[in-house]
Design a protein. Structure first.
Length: 142
């Protein structure tokens, strides 16, 4: 049978309260401090991670902007080179047409000169032949 004595119950209550106080000071408070410190470290690490993530997002944004700017500049440069190429092509064609026209003009002048020279030579030959024929017909020198 169980005998409940008030003295034993009071001693047990005092022992339990003393044990709670000792455990609180030796175990619970240091454990709570350790958990609070760990939570602080985790919170700091999470904040640092978020800051790094934001920094990376900014860098990615800058990188993408730089890529877009480079592409835009490449398109502008390509367009400028294309325009320069077309202008150079036009200049070359103009020069070729001019050279062609000059060559045709020179050839016409040369042909005209040769025609005039040939005409003069033929006239001289016709005169000479006419004199020869006249001499033969007349049988004397003219």
């Amino acid at each position: 049978m169980i005998i409940l004595d008030a003295k034993i119950i009071i001693i047990q209550i005092v022992v339990v309260l003393a044990l709670c106080i000792i455990l609180k000071r030796l175990f619970f408070i240091p454990m709570m401090d350790l958990l609070d410190a760990r939570k602080g470290h985790v919170d700091t690490a999470v904040k640092a991670q978020e800051e790094k993530r934001e920094g990376i997002s900014k860098l990615v944004g800058q990188y993408e902007q730089n890529i877009a700017d480079a592409k835009k500049k490449a398109v502008e440069l390509r367009e400028e080179v294309r325009k320069e190429g077309l202008e150079r092509e036009r200049e070359i064609l103009e020069e070729a047409h001019k050279a062609h026209a000059d060559a045709i003009h020179e050839a016409k002048e040369k042909a005209q000169k040769e025609f005039e020279d040939a005409k003069k030579e033929i006239k001289d030959q016709v005169k000479s032949l006419s004199v020869n024929v006249a001499e033969k017909i007349l049988q004397r020198k003219v």
